[in-house]
Design a protein around this ligand. Sequence first.
Ligand code: PAF
Length: 290
Amino acid sequence: MKVTRTVVETRAAVAALPRPLGFVPTMGAIHAGHLALVDAAEASCAATVASLFVNPAQFGEGEDLADYPRDEARDMRVFAQAGVDVVFVPTADDLYPDGFCTQVRIKSLSEHLEGAVRPVHFEGVALIVTKLFNIVRPDLAFFGRKDAQQLAVVRRLARDLDLGVEVIGVPTVREPDGLALSSRNIHLTADERAVAPDLHRALQAGARAAAAPGSVSADVLAAASRALTPAFTIDYLAVVDADTFEQTDHVTERSLLVAAARLGRTRLLDNVRLSPSAYPERDATARKGA
Ligand code: PAF
């Protein structure tokens, strides 16, 4: 496995790789959810590139940039074992040199829900993903469905800017008790870890309500809210269209039930689809969980 640290080095390394080229962008603290992205890339591509960069542009004032878990040496071992061909580990100075002033903004879609709670977040994600796509020039790029709004933002971006990348959504990998894997789970205390799977259980309760004949979004939200323990502080719980992230009164074949909630200092995101077709376009299967 080759490790590159500059844009120039990375362009040279990826130019030598066979096509189709798969790309897995990450912020490190690699877990089985990331490995499902790597597996999906390896299953459909001739070579796989990953990136490891905790992108300051996607963290707002007072968010957990400094606290974000980092262990580059371990991540490199895990990537190497997983068969990744090239890992790009850029520096903020290389990606955002003095004078950098370009923005990439996805209107409307990136302003709802997660975008309303974290106003600079999706601009930062859109910017770094655009830059990474331009540097790595992948044919396919793999993103987790756990961050469903990010997946929708990246799909929109790739389409709107003709980036020539097919964006693939990979199913969420879960602990046996249902908790969605996330690098931030490391911050959960033992007591918080014990109640954390309740978020997924609440979403499942909402999905069961959605399956009842004649049910509307209000019924889904009521069922999910009833099932959620008071330990959580909810940022949002909503029935949305998987493409636009507009909230809808009625459940459709494109509906997701999405939630973000805080447990102590840890913020958990999760979602379930309310119909088997709710995740758009091509999706990959993960090696465990869904
Ligand atoms: O999902 C993430 O880890 C990040 O938002 C991403 C896509 C790597 C961009 O920094």
